[in-house]
Design a protein around this ligand. Structure first.
Ligand SMILES: *[C@@H]1O[C@H](CO)[C@@H](O)[C@H](O)[C@H]1NC(C)=O
Ligand SMILES: *[C@@H]1O[C@H](CO)[C@@H](O)[C@H](O)[C@H]1NC(C)=O
Ligand SMILES: *[C@@H]1O[C@H](CO)[C@@H](O)[C@H](O)[C@H]1NC(C)=O
Ligand SMILES: *[C@@H]1O[C@H](CO)[C@@H](O)[C@H](O)[C@H]1NC(C)=O
Ligand SMILES: *[C@@H]1O[C@H](CO)[C@@H](O)[C@H](O)[C@H]1NC(C)=O
Ligand SMILES: *[C@@H]1O[C@H](CO)[C@@H](O)[C@H](O)[C@H]1NC(C)=O
Ligand SMILES: *[C@@H]1O[C@H](CO)[C@@H](O)[C@H](O)[C@H]1NC(C)=O
Ligand SMILES: *[C@@H]1O[C@H](CO)[C@@H](O)[C@H](O)[C@H]1NC(C)=O
Ligand SMILES: *[C@@H]1O[C@H](CO)[C@@H](O)[C@H](O)[C@H]1NC(C)=O
Ligand SMILES: *[C@@H]1O[C@H](CO)[C@@H](O)[C@H](O)[C@H]1NC(C)=O
Ligand SMILES: *[C@@H]1O[C@H](CO)[C@@H](O)[C@H](O)[C@H]1NC(C)=O
Length: 539
C-alpha cells in the first residue's frame, strides 16, 4: 500500500507521510490517493497483440499504420472518409468537437487577460462498466454455440471469438487521452500556475477517476506533479454527497424515474437496427432468436474492443447509417436521462454550479436547505475547498458533466428529440459533448474596457467600447470549441464571441440553482414521467 507523497499539503506536517503504512492515519480520507473502500469493482482485460492480429477483411487492401488503435475500418455506404469513431456518443474516443457549437472562435483583444480557468474533465476510455449489457455478449455467444449455432459469412469470426474485455478501469488509450489533455492544457493555460502556490485538484474515489486525474496531472506538470498539486479524492458511493458524482446521492436518478431516455433509445434501436438484425439472422444457423438488443450489443463491442485491444471485427458489420443511428441512440439516452427531458437533469449537476458560483465570488457555497447538492463539510474549508486558485482542475463522469450543462441552463441542448429519428441540424450530439476524456473549460477574462458584442472578422477597428471601464467575462469551451452562452442565456446578450459578462452570468446561475428544484427532483415521490413530458430538466 502506498500513499502518494502529498508533500505540499497545506496544514499537515510533511514528515508524517513520507510513504509507508504507518503514515496513513495522518492523512484524512479525502487526500488518500491509493485505491480505497470506494474504488468500485474493476477487472483487467486481456493484453492486446495487434502485431499478430488478423486485422483486415480480405477485400481491404490498403495498409495504414495504427495510431495506436485502428479506426480506419471499411464502412459500407459511407462517404470515402467516413470516420465512424466520431459518431459513437459517449464511447467515442476523445475528439475536439469537429463542427463547433454554432459560433466562431475569437482571439483575445490585446490588453485583455485570462485570469482563471475552471475545468471539469471526464475520465478517458475505459472497459465497459460491470453492469453494462455489452458484457453479456460473451454468455450469449457461448450459449448459441453450445446449442449448435454456426456463424457464417461476415459473422463467421464469431465461431471462435472470445470476450477479452475487463471492467470499469481505464484502458491504455484512456491513460493516453488524459496525459495528452494534461499536455494540451499546459500549453493553453500553463502560465496561470504559480509554482509558489500549490493547487488542490479534485476527483472521486473510483479507480478510473483516480487514474484519469493522475495521468492528466502528469501531462500538465510532469512526473513530479505531487510537488505542484494535491489531489483531493471525494467519496463516490450511495449515501455520500459529491458534486462530481451526484447521481449516487440523487435517489430518483437511480430508481427508474429518469429512465425515459433509455426507453426512448431502446425504441429507436428497434427502428435503426431492424435491417441489421435481419442480416445477422441470415448469418447464423439454427433457431437463434436473435434480437435487436443482441445486435446493439455487437455494435457496442466495436468501440469497446477498439479502445482495449486496438481493433474490432464488429465495426465493419454495420453500415454508415447504422453508425449515425448509434450516435442518435446515445443522444436520446442522455437527453432523457441527464438533460432537459430528465426530471433529475438539473439536480444531478447543480452541486457543481453551487461550487462554481462560490469560486467565482470567492466565498463558500451557502445553498438553501432544500438545495444541498455538495458536501458542506468539504466545501466550507479552505483546505478542501480553496477559493484563491487561478486553476480549478476537477474530474467527473459523462452523465454528471451532461447534467452540469443542463443545470447551467444551456438550452441550446434542450430541443425535443423524436424517437422516430434525428431532427435536422440538432445541437445535442453526445460525441461532441461527453466523449471519453471530454472536458469543459470556463475561462474568466478581464478586459480593460467592455469588448464590443459585434466583432466582425478582419475588422481593423478596436474591439473595445472606448467609453467603458474594466469589464470581466466568462468564456466557456466544450471540447475545445466555444459554447455560445447568449444562445441559451438571454442575459448574456447576442455576442459574436459567445462570452458573457461575469456578474450577469453569476446572477443567472444563482437562479438556476433554484430552478434545479434539487430536493423534490432527487427525493420527491412523483410518478415516472413519460418520455417527452419533461422539458425543463426538473419535475
Ligand atoms: C439453448 O438450449 C437450451 C437447452 O436446450 C435452452 O434452454 C435455451 O433456450 C437455448 N438457447 C437458445 C438461444 O436457443
Ligand atoms: C456447425 O458446423 C459443424 C462443423 O462444421 C457441423 O458439424 C455442425 O453440424 C454444424 N451445425 C449446424 C447447426 O449447422
Ligand atoms: C512544480 O513544483 C516544483 C517545486 O516547487 C517546481 O520546481 C516546478 O517548477 C513546478 N512545476 C511547474 C510545471 O511549475
Ligand atoms: C463529507 O466529506 C467528509 C470528508 O470526506 C466525509 O467524512 C463525510 O462522510 C461526507 N459526508 C457526506 C454526506 O458525503
Ligand atoms: C425469442 O425471445 C423472445 C423474447 O425473449 C421470446 O418472447 C420468444 O418466445 C422467443 N422465441 C423463440 C422462438 O425462442
Ligand atoms: C448531503 O446532502 C443532503 C441532501 O441535500 C443534505 O441534507 C446534507 O446536509 C448533506 N451533507 C453534507 C455533509 O453536506
Ligand atoms: C479544515 O480541514 C483541515 C484539514 O482536514 C482541518 O484540520 C481543519 O480543522 C478544518 N477546519 C475547519 C474550520 O473545520
Ligand atoms: C490560498 O491561500 C492559502 C492560505 O493563505 C495559501 O496557503 C495557499 O497557498 C493559497 N493558494 C493559492 C493557489 O494561492
Ligand atoms: C493584463 O496583464 C498585463 C500584464 O500583466 C497588465 O499590464 C494589464 O494591466 C492586464 N490587463 C487587465 C485588464 O488587467
Ligand atoms: C462613446 O461615446 C460617444 C460620445 O458620447 C458616442 O458617440 C459613441 O457612440 C460611444 N461609443 C460607444 C461604442 O458606445
Ligand atoms: C408515493 O406516492 C404514492 C402515490 O401517491 C403512494 O401510494 C406511496 O405510498 C407514496 N410513497 C411514499 C414513500 O410516500
Amino acid at each position: 500500500m502506498h500513499w502518494s507523497s502529498q508533500l505540499l499539503l497545506v496544514g499537515l506536517a510533511a514528515t508524517s507521510y513520507a510513504g509507508g503504512v504507518g503514515a496513513s492515519s495522518a492523512i484524512p480520507d479525502y487526500f488518500q490517493t491509493s485505491f480505497g473502500p470506494y474504488a468500485g469493482p474493476t477487472k483487467a482485460g486481456e493484453a492486446p497483440f495487434l502485431a499478430q492480429a488478423t486485422l483486415l477483411a480480405p477485400e481491404y487492401h490498403s495498409y495504414k499504420p495504427n495510431t495506436p488503435v485502428v479506426t480506419d475500418v471499411p464502412i459500407f455506404g459511407g462517404p470515402k472518409d467516413a470516420e465512424i469513431f466520431k459518431h459513437m456518443g459517449n464511447i467515442s474516443p476523445y475528439l475536439p468537437n469537429p463542427s463547433g457549437f454554432g459560433i466562431d472562435e475569437y482571439p483575445l483583444p490585446s490588453g485583455t487577460n485570462i485570469t482563471q480557468m475552471h475545468m471539469v474533465h471526464r475520465h478517458g476510455s475505459r472497459y465497459p462498466t460491470s453492469d453494462a449489457s455489452v458484457a453479456t455478449v460473451s454468455d450469449r455467444i457461448t450459449e448459441l454455440r453450445g446449442n449448435g449455432t454456426n456463424f457464417t459469412g461476415d459473422l463467421s469470426f464469431l465461431n471462435d471469438w472470445t470476450y477479452q474485455l475487463g471492467e470499469e478501469e481505464l484502458t491504455a488509450l484512456g491513460r493516453q487521452q488524459l496525459f495528452d489533455s494534461g499536455v494540451l492544457h499546459w500549453f493553453n493555460y500553463g502560465r496561470l500556475y504559480d509554482p509558489s502556490r500549490p493547487l488542490i485538484s479534485r476527483t472521486t474515489t473510483q479507480v478510473r477517476m483516480l487514474q484519469s486525474a493522475e495521468n492528466f496531472l502528469n501531462g500538465f506538470f510532469g512526473p513530479d506533479w505531487t510537488r505542484n498539486v494535491t489531489l483531493e479524492v471525494i467519496t463516490e458511493h450511495p449515501g455520500f454527497n459529491n458534486s462530481l458524482a451526484s447521481d449516487k446521492e440523487c435517489t430518483n436518478h437511480n430508481n427508474g424515474k429518469s429512465s425515459a431516455g433509455d426507453d426512448a433509445s431502446t425504441q429507436w434501436q428497434e427502428i435503426y437496427l431492424e435491417k441489421a438484425t435481419r442480416r445477422f439472422r441470415q448469418s447464423m444457423t439454427g433457431n437463434q432468436n436473435w434480437t435487436t438488443s443482441d445486435t446493439y450489443n455487437l455494435q457496442t463491442l466495436c468501440p469497446y474492443e477498439t479502445v482495449a485491444l486496438g481493433f474490432s471485427h464488429f465495426c465493419s458489420l454495420f453500415t454508415w447509417d447504422e453508425w449515425l443511428g448509434f450516435e442518435y441512440a446515445n443522444d436520446l439516452s442522455y437527453y432523457g436521462g441527464n438533460g432537459f427531458a430528465s426530471p433529475t437533469g438539473r439536480a444531478v449537476g447543480v452541486g457543481y454550479v453551487e461550487e462554481l458560483i462560490a469560486r467565482l465570488q470567492q466565498h463558500y457555497p451557502y445553498p438553501d436547505e432544500n438545495s444541498i447538492a455538495i458536501n458542506k463539510t468539504l466545501d466550507d474549508n479552505a483546505t478542501t475547498f480553496p477559493l484563491n486558485q487561478t486553476l480549478y482542475l476537477d474530474f467527473s463522469h459523462d452523465t454528471n458533466i451532461f447534467s452540469i450543462l443542463t443545470a447551467l441552463g444551456l438550452k441550446q441542448f434542450a430541443e425535443f428529440l423524436p424517437i422516430s429519428g434525428p431532427p435536422p441540424n440538432r445541437q445535442l450530439i453526445v460525441s461532441h459533448i461527453v466523449p471519453f476524456a471530454g472536458r469543459f473549460n470556463i475561462e474568466v477574462i478581464k478586459a480593460p474596457r467592455p469588448v464590443l458584442a459585434k466583432r466582425p472578422h478582419g475588422s481593423q477597428a478596436s474591439a473595445y467600447d472606448l467609453n467603458g471601464t474594466e469589464t470581466t467575462y466568462v468564456h466557456m469551451l466544450m471540447n475545445q470549441r466555444t459554447i455560445p452562452l447568449g444562445q441559451s442565456i438571454a442575459e448574456c446578450g447576442q455576442r459574436d464571441d459567445g462570452w458573457c459578462e461575469l456578474q450577469a452570468f453569476i446572477n443567472v446561475q444563482k437562479e438556476n440553482i433554484i430552478k434545479a428544484n434539487f430536493d423534490e427532483s432527487c427525493f420527491g415521490n412523483y410518478s415516472t414521467p413519460k418520455y417527452g413530458s419533461v422539458s425543463t430538466g426538473t419535475v
